[in-house]
Design a protein around this ligand. Structure first.
Ligand code: F6P
Length: 372
């Protein structure tokens, strides 16, 4: 028989995404309205592990006042980190080297000490995998799917994606003006890790002429042929959108580096593509890397609403006595999916999805075929 819930904690992990504060607000209000106490753990789990870093306390008391007026704000009011995995926590050794240590038992003890009965963990595949681990270790855990990359299986959508696509589209719209004026090629690199959702959606929405995504290893000669063909038709500029995880046929993903306890940092493919396209076409090419700009700004109404729905559903699940699940959008409703299932596979772009077919019908080049 589970103890009744009196106190819950919220934690945001991994990269921030627009809509996190909406989850924090609705989960807090839904919990307070049930008579529960709510705290936010600062910076993933660091507020518990390293309270000395936070003079004002590693836990933030989440009250009605604290979550007022935050839904339209980007980021997360409780902070986040992508270096706080309790199962592989980076610890520096006396000789300066780093080792990864499993701190799960310590974390569970800290939850108990703080009287925290359940955790709502808001994050991407990394945070949800940790959530599943903590759930299997005995903690009541609810996962909330977050990522601008939209690469999580078992949910129709993650919040943050719509804002990222909308802003990328606006940026590419702006680049059309300067590319047209100068008759240049502009290569726009966007985030998305190993999935091409942001590049595909923003590229199609803005009318890009070529889109390179991780799901289709590319050759640049077909892209160059499209640029030349456009030139012959009198269009002296071209826009190429490249996902950071795109790679050429037989090549590997462009990696900027990897720190201990962190996932590898992708980036740099845009510059490589621009340099080569310049050689192949003889046209001037410029690169714009949108990078972290896609994570900032006011969340769209779609992301706010999804975040609010997920936060409230997470609390409802706990109130119903359900845990060890992720709340997931199965349009039109929010359903529960076992946490153990959610990270088994990454959601990449299906090559026969409707947006791909639309792009193909419009002869957008994906670097995989000579244009007709
Ligand atoms: O997963 C979200 C994301 O923004 C990816 O698109 C990107 O590759 C990564 O995070 C960047 O992470 P960081 O902010 O740690 O460099």
């Amino acid at each position: 028989m589970k103890q009744p819930i009196r106190r819950i904690a919220l934690s945001t992990g991994g990269g921030d995404a627009p809509g996190l504060n909406a989850v924090i607000r609705s989960a807090t209000l839904a919990a307070i309205n049930r008579g529960w106490d709510v705290v936010g753990i600062r910076d993933g789990f660091n507020g518990l592990f390293l309270p000395e870093l936070y003079p004002e306390g590693g836990l933030i008391q989440l009250t009605r006042e604290r979550v007022r007026g935050i839904v339209h704000q980007g980021g997360t009011i409780i902070g986040t980190t992508n270096r706080g995995n309790p199962t592989a926590y980076p610890v520096q050794q006396p000789d300066g080297s780093w080792v990864e240590v499993d701190r799960t038992p310590e974390l569970l003890a800290l939850f108990e000490q703080q009287g925290i009965d359940a955790l709502i963990t808001i994050g991407g595949d990394g945070s949800l995998t940790i959530g599943n681990h903590l759930s299997e270790a005995g903690l009541r855990v609810i996962g909330v799917p977050k990522t601008i990359d939209n690469d999580l299986e078992h949910t129709d959508a993650t919040f943050g994606f719509d804002t990222a696509v909308s802003f990328a589209t606006e940026c590419i719209d702006r680049l059309f003006a300067t590319a047209t004026s100068h008759g240049r090629v502009i290569v726009v690199e966007v985030m998305g890790r190993y999935a091409g959702w942001i590049a595909l959606n923003a590229g199609v929405a803005s009318g890009a002429h070529a889109i390179l995504i991780p799901e289709i290893p590319y050759e640049l000669e077909p892209v160059a042929a499209t640029i030349r063909q456009r030139e012959q038709r009198g269009s002296k500029f071209s826009i190429v959108v490249v996902a950071e995880g795109a790679r050429r046929v037989g090549g590997s993903v462009s990696v900027l580096g990897k720190a201990v306890g962190q996932a590898e940092r992708l980036g740099g493919v845009g510059e490589k593509v621009a340099t080569e396209l310049e050689l192949l076409t003889g046209k001037e090419a410029r690169t714009v890397v949108l990078g972290h700009l896609l994570r900032g700004g006011t969340p769209t109404a779609v992301d706010r609403l999804l975040g609010l729905r997920f936060g409230a559903a997470a609390v409802r699940a706990l109130d119903e006595g359900v845990d060890g699940i992720m709340v997931a959008l199965h349009s039109p409703t929010v359903k529960y999916v076992p946490l153990s299932e959610v990270t088994s596979r990454q959601k990449t772009v299906p090559l026969d999805c409707d947006t791909m077919l639309t792009a193909r019908d419009m002869a957008i080049n994906f670097g995989d075929a000579m244009p007709t």
